[in-house]
Ligand binder design. Sequence first.
Ligand code: SF4
Length: 340
Amino acid sequence: MPGMAPILQVENLKTHFASREGVVKAVDGVSFAIGAGETLCVVGESGSGKSITARSIMGILQKPGRIAAGQILFRKKDGAVVDLAALAPKGPEFRAIRGSEIAMVFQEPMSALSPVHTIGSQIAESAEIHMGLSRRAAMDRAAEVLDRVGFPNARQRLDAYAFQLSGGMRQRVAIAMALTCEPSLLIADEPTTALDVTTQAVILDLLADLSDTLDMALLFITHDLGVVAQIADSVVVMYLGEVAERGPADTLFAAPRHPYTRGLMRCIPEVGRAGTMETIPGIVPHPLNRPAGCPFNTRCPEAIAGLCDVAEPPLTSFAGDGAVACHLYGEYARGRAVHG
Ligand code: SF4
C-alpha cells in the first residue's frame, strides 16, 4: 500500500517471561507492518513465538509475560497512532480499542463463546457496549453480521446456543462477533486448525473475502504454510521468537531463501502425492536452551560449521521484496563471492 501509513507496525517487539530457570525470550526482536485490506500471515512451528506475538498485540498476555521492549504502533479509526506496547492492557484506552478496533478469533471458537447465552445476545452485547446501540438495534446488528459471515437464516436463529452448532458454524459465529464493531485489524490465531479440511477452506475463503470487502487488515497466525499459500499477501516466518524470513507471499513461495522456509515448504502436502510429505528433522529448542549463533543451526541442513554455530546472522533486506536472517545471504555470502 504505497504512501499509506500501515494499520499496524510492530517494531523490534520483545516479549519475555520470567521463570525460575531464567528469562524465556518468547518473542525476541520481531518487526513487521500490515496495511488496510492486507493479509499478513505469521507462520512457524509450535514454540516459534507466533501466538505470543498475537497476544502481545491484543494485550492479552498471560502472566508472567510482559513486553520487554519494542513498539506496537496501531492507527486508530480517527487517524491517531497509539503505541499499544506502552498502554496498560487492562486500562480504559486499551479496552476501548480491544474488541472494537482490533478483534481476535481463536482456534477453538468455544473459548470466545458462552455456552449459556444465545449467539444473538452475545453478539448484541458487544454492539451495545462498544457501539452504544439499543438492545433492539444491537440484535439487528447481530443478525446483520451473522448474515455477512454466511450463517444461514441468521435472523431466525439468533436464539440458538453455540453447543447446538457444528464447529464450522461456531467459528462463523466467533468471526461474526469479532466483526460486530467493524475492526480495522482482525487477528486470527489458527482459526481453522480444529476444523475438517472442507470447512477449513470455506472459513479461509470467508476471511479473505472479509479482509478485501471490509478493507480490514488481517493478521493470520498458522503453523501451516499450505494455508498461507491460499490467503497471504505477505508472510513473516518465525523461528524461536525471531524473524527468519519475511516478504511478499508470491516472492517467498517462488523463491524461498531461508533453509527453514524451504523446510516448511517441503512439509506442504501435495495433492495426489500422499506419502511424499516431509518433516523438518528435530524439534524447536526450548528458548532457555537457545543455541549459539543462528537459532536454526541445530536443524539446518546447510549450516556452516564455525560460523552458523557461533555468529547470529543479521536480517538482510532485499530491495522491495523482503528480508532473511541467514549467513548464506549476508557478509559471509558477499565475502565468498569476492574471494572465492
Ligand atoms: Fe542454516 Fe546457517 Fe542460514 Fe542458519 S545461518 S539458516 S544455520 S545456513
